[in-house]
Ligand binder design. Sequence first.
Ligand SMILES: [Zn+2]
Length: 58
Amino acid sequence: MKCEAREHEMAERITELDLRTNDKLYLVNNVKLEECRVCGERAIEPGISEHIFNMIKS
Ligand SMILES: [Zn+2]
């Protein structure tokens, strides 16, 4: 998977993610995402972001 600039290969990482929703800031640990080491751009798979949103809603 390439980043938005389409120049760099994104690498899979397990990391913590800051998520801002409804004026609240959540810190979610152990999120699997792809990150461009050059741009810092991050992409999360749709299934995983859905899982995170369900988690913080409960
Ligand atoms: Zn990039």
